[in-house]
Design a protein around this ligand. Structure first.
Ligand code: NAP
Ligand code: G3H
Length: 481
């Protein structure tokens, strides 16, 4: 494979020193665009991972003892350094995970904004004071001071699709609350994660307050999540990985943001132009590789033909090509993911789905496939595609849509398109998801909104304020006066 011109052997961070693995083992990171080698990261041994976790644990008390405004200052400086490195980090995200340069740089900018907001919000955390006399037999002179204290060492594991943003959205709330962090980036995305941490070191990170471990999750994952010095886990990634982690980790809090199969439900009275535009952007940005992407459309029969036509017209405007060409639809993260998407399309076509639009298939680059008349026996009706294919399921009324959604194993978000707000509220009440978007596409932001999945889409809540809460536990001091 050819080497990218800025190819480098990257190192992991231990105690603010950049190190290669003593074993000499490395992992090659290949560009989704053309397979060229973007760089190489260390495949750390179990002993090295162990040493990193222990060091992180050793400094936690000291970090928690610092003043909140000092920790907030560090985060503000981190945001500033990230912005200074926007071009370098943006370029690495672009090469490593195949986002366009524009999208990659905007991920860095969004991350700096998220860190700043966290730095401010974190200053406002506080405990409470409770008097005993509300409970029979207890008196006013028994008083509880409920303090908010950090868990200790937070293990942050991030996915490939937002290698910087979904890592910082875990690390920043952990740090502001006095936790120290062991950060395990997705292997595809690890270099971008390491560069993001380089910005944090430049900002003045004290030694070992964050250590980074690199290596395949399948090799070092179980060791990490079962390590006795890890006090809390925050994870974003696939449902099967998340479920595996939840089973392995015992007696510690685990926050999981997992997969989704978000529906867009389009009612008869919807603004179809708006719905089509939102659906196409919601389903297909970053080629559908977003947990929150719209992954199935349920439309009332009467307006289905019109909606499908409008979606098709919108899709036709999308440019398909390499991420270097600033295309809208770019190669998927790897061939395995592309093969999976193709298998879902083939299954649906074999079972009678109508192909409304079909794009080229060139290795891991897949043009948009719009499938109409998708029925319940097709895998694409239920499985998470994580790619540029959009299934349309026609329903005769909204009750049918609700029934379909109730049988969805996932429950991240849903969109409802209607001009009738009362109907939207009734539908929203019945949908078993973390968030319902009315007349808009499914998406996580703005980043201070609570973000959560129910059913197989996760446990716990993220979004700046809720992420901060998740990094703290109660500690009660009772005064018996
Ligand atoms: P993934 O394969 O589950 O990997 C996520 C992270 O888990 C990576 O850092 C991975 O490391 C690590 N990992 C793998 N096996 C592990 C183990 N046994 N123990 C501990 N860690 C382990 O997910 P992905 O392919 O990066 O992302 C795609 C999936 O994530 C999709 O299903 C998508 O819906 C979901 N996602 C959800 C959200 C959300 O907020 N709900 C956001 C983004 C993505 P390696 O890279 O080294 O394998
Ligand atoms: O892939 C999962 C991300 O949390 C989605 O974030 O909705 O901002 O693209 P987004």
């Amino acid at each position: 494979m050819p080497l990218q011109k800025n190819f480098k052997l990257h190192q992991y961070l231990y105690n603010n020193e950049w190190k290669s693995s003593d074993t000499g083992n490395t992992i090659e990171i290949n560009s989704p665009d053309d397979g060229s080698i973007v760089g190489v990261v260390p495949a750390m041994s179990q002993e090295e991972v162990d040493r990193s976790i222990i060091k992180t644990a050793n400094v936690q008390e000291e970090w928690a003892a610092t003043d909140g405004h000092e920790r907030s200052d560090l985060l503000h400086k981190w945001a500033e350094e990230l912005e200074n490195m926007k071009d370098e980090i943006g370029n690495m995200i672009h090469l490593e995970v195949g986002k366009t340069l524009t999208a990659a740089k905007s991920e860095v900018k969004r991350t700096a904004q998220l860190i700043r907001h966290t730095a401010e919000e974190g200053l406002r955390t506080h405990g409470s004071f409770i008097q005993g006399d509300a409970f029979p037999g207890a008196s006013k002179s028994t008083k509880a001071m409920v303090q908010k204290v950090p868990h200790g060492v937070v293990l942050a594991i991030s996915p490939f699709n937002y290698p910087v943003n979904l890592a910082a959205s875990k690390i920043a709330p952990a740090l502001i609350t006095g936790n120290t962090v062991v950060f395990k980036p997705a292997t595809q995305g690890a270099i971008s994660g390491l560069l993001m941490i380089k910005a944090l070191v430049k900002a003045g990170l004290p030694k070992s307050v964050v250590n980074v471990v690199t290596g395949r999750g399948s090799i070092i994952g179980d060791f990490l999540v079962t390590h006795p010095e890890v006090d809390m886990i925050t994870f974003t990634g696939g449902t099967s990985t998340g479920q595996h982690i939840a089973k392995k980790a015992s007696m510690i809090p685990v926050v999981l943001e997992l997969g989704g199969k978000d529906p867009a439900i389009v009612l008869e009275d919807a603004d179809l132009n708006k719905a089509a535009k939102e659906i196409v952007s919601g389903a297909l940005s970053y080629s559908g590789q977003r947990c929150t992407a719209i992954k199935r459309v349920m439309v009332i029969d009467k307006v289905a033909d019109e909606l499908v036509e409008k979606i098709k017209t919108n899709i036709a405007t999308l440019k398909v090509g390499k991420s270097t060409e600033e295309a809208d639809i770019t190669p998927l993260i790897d061939q395995k993911s592309a093969d999976y998407v193709i298998s879902l399309i083939d299954d649906a076509v074999k079972k009678g789905a109508t192909v409304v639009s079909k794009g080229i298939i060139q290795d891991n680059l897949i043009g948009v496939t719009l499938l109409d008349h998708v029925s319940e026996d097709m895998r694409i009706a239920w499985e998470e595609q994580f790619g540029p294919v959009l299934p349309i399921m026609r329903v005769s009324n909204e009750l049918e849509a609700i029934d379909l959604e109730k049988r969805n194993e996932y429950g991240l978000q849903a969109s409802v398109f209607t001009k009738n707000l009362e109907k939207a509220f009734v539908l929203a009440d019945r949908l078993e998801v973390g968030t319902v978007q009315v007349n808009g596409k499914t998406s996580r932001g703005p980043d201070h909104f609570p973000f959560l999945g129910v059913k197989n889409s996760g446990q716990g809540v993220q979004g700046i304020g809720r992420s901060i809460d998740s990094m703290l536990r109660d500690k009660v001091l009772v005064l018996n006066l």
